[in-house]
Design a protein. Sequence first.
Length: 319
Amino acid sequence: MIGDRTVPNRSGQSTRADLSLRELDRILRLDAGDGVIVVEAGVTIEAIRAATASIGLWCPPLRWLLASATIGAAVAGGQGKRSRAYGSVADHVLGLRFACPAVGIVKHGGAAIKNATGYNLSAIVAGSRGSFGVILEVILRLVPLPPLRQVATLSFATDDGLRTAMRELPAAKPGSDPNGATYLADAVEFSRSSESPGGTAVVEVEGIIENLVTGRLNELVGVGRDLGGLARPNVTDDQRISTDQVVYRSSISRQSINALLARLAAVASSDLNFRVAIEGTGGGIDLASASTGSESLRARLSDLGLPLPGVTSSVVEQR
């Protein structure tokens, strides 16, 4: 986790304090029986993915984060877009150990699903961007890897087409049971660049029986094509954001997406270049900008009053 914050020095004047926890990079516990992993704050997302996959488990919200990002930054920044099936990174935090200036080292929660009474301090600290303390250690709940996970990518040439897809694809249900409780997509990520109209939709389907998973994906792609989408080659999670960009992340709700897109349209008409990615089934947003324009984008987002709490301190730096 790398971050910065303005703090008063001994003379009472504000000064910048830099903090790096990348040396806290140990995996302290990996338990397939309890379905948990205990890691220090500087452990990378890539290391967690590899460790959990070795025992047939994973932490699903981590799949949309950069491999080089650290778990401390992900939890403190509220990163990881939500999905209908799994929720956000914070939803998988069972406990934390963090340093609070007022009281010292605080430990909350544990490997059991319910291992604390009273206030859920871990939920308060997760997403607080360092307001309550510095995260040192994280306990994550893991779930079994899906036997099958299939992904397809669709492109939409116009903003109207993309907006329609954002409304229809997450809500699409099987033609055989249009009024049932089952949705075709387990997750849908929409992305748009400020440099061109339209955008893409990456749809995910999971399951146990291959022909059923393939059938759901094909039906979902058919819905996308009916909305004007064109099938495109898939890219890996890490290829969606380049390493020379800074990323602002926020776990906004689905209900906030339309208002957010309307405000982003004003930014898109300016000379700032950025990429926005939104999870359509659960909410959450990434804004990626070239490092050279990050300060201008940060100021513009603040001026527009976007619902991105703590946006100035949620930069993911590639170090």
